[in-house]
Design a protein around this ligand. Sequence first.
Ligand code: BGP
Length: 489
Amino acid sequence: MSFPKGFLWGGAVAANQCEGAYLEGGKGLSIPDMLLGGDVNTPRTFCPKIEEGVFYPSHTAIDFYHHYKEDIALFAEMGFKCFRFSINWARIFPNGDDAAPNEEGLKFYENVIDECKKYGIEPLITLNHYEMPFELVKKYKGYYNRKTIDLFVKYAVTCFERFKDKVKYWLTFNEINMPIMEPKMGNLYSVGVMQDVDLQRTAPCKFPELTDVPQERIEALHNQFVASAKAVIAGHKINPNFMIGNMICHITWYPLTPNPKDLLEDQRRDSICNDICGDVQVRGEYPYFARKFYQDLGVDTSFMDNEEDKKIIKEGVVDFYTFSYYMSNCVTVQEGVDQVKGNMMGGAKNPYLKASDWGWQIDPDGLRWTLNKLASRYPNTPLMVVENGFGAFDKVEADGSIHDDYRISYFREHIKAMHEAVKDGVPLIGYTTWGPIDLVSAGTGQYAKRYGFIYVDKHDDGSGDFARSRKDSFFWYKKVIESNGEDLV
Ligand code: BGP
């Protein structure tokens, strides 16, 4: 049994990590524009205002804004069936609460969509990939304020109306579970909740110094569920053929030992990190364990009993479940065990796995496990892996070639694992690798953490001329797509 006919092979990016042109075309500031880069050991820095003479990675990113034709042509050369990208909300509504949308922003995305369609590439659009207009953070405290629900829905409807005949696949919020897993980063990045004390700082500060108010971040997440559900309902009215999905950062956990206490902790982590958000968006209700988890954080959960919200969440369930998968982590109640880093969350070191230079453990079997878990938890729900990839330092040879066999090997094993899952019977409809072209890392703000099949000449000190070139993995992925996942050599 092979990958289904029409399988959506492709790649995924986010506007703030690739577009640059941060104030062009009438765009307003969005959250990532306020962030400086870090590295594997240095968290990113938040700047309450833009500082002069400092390099902000999102301001230029890889200049996709001016290179999109060239980049989409390269994706087409690899045979992409699907390209996942996000619309930067601040290009459409620069302040988030403007009365009318910015035509120049809409036109830019229309051009990107048309360019994809020219090559038969199906666009998959994320409406919110950590890109809330910064004005909404300052004015409303992001999603903590219920007004933001309607502002998001207005923005979503604007995009749905404009592109209703050109785009079928949509995702509402990227990695909506982030505020549960990475509270400090999630407060700002994901739900746009900031305290005055942080907004009024006179100097930039590192993420871990930001203030966490669990009540506000958890209520803001609830408001995102309502916003997502309202957008799904509105989208289906605009075009009943729309496929609108959720997007979860799936952190796959294993107990480090057979100690039953490790198993219990493993179950708790999986439930909290992954299943609260998945259940709300696919089943249309909170799972039973959510309330206790929230109460343990000291959160007053009366917002969960809002009857109108319950109705909306029930009605606005998604059409498919999508997720990012990069790695797995172990948990244990033992103290003093070796730790590794990871996407959003680290964990105990797994003695069976190797890790990337950023400490993310490489685990293709975990992808098969995850796909099977999701297929049984959400029966009859199509699944799609919308992010998977290997961040690495690349070396450019004297002749310009880049031999990224480590990346090929990562993808080969993960595609084999997906294939096994398909044979197991998992309803997998597509696979978009993360960063098919090098871009800015979300976690560290680095260029040096490269994911692409396509190299971009741009570096952490701001140097580089944005020239694109094909890595070895480019030619390899082209063969994979051509053979519908059969030729992995
Ligand atoms: C996910 C985000 C992406 C992306 C990816 C890789 O969590 O949705 O935006 O960046 O992780 O992470 P990083 O960029 O930190 O290497």
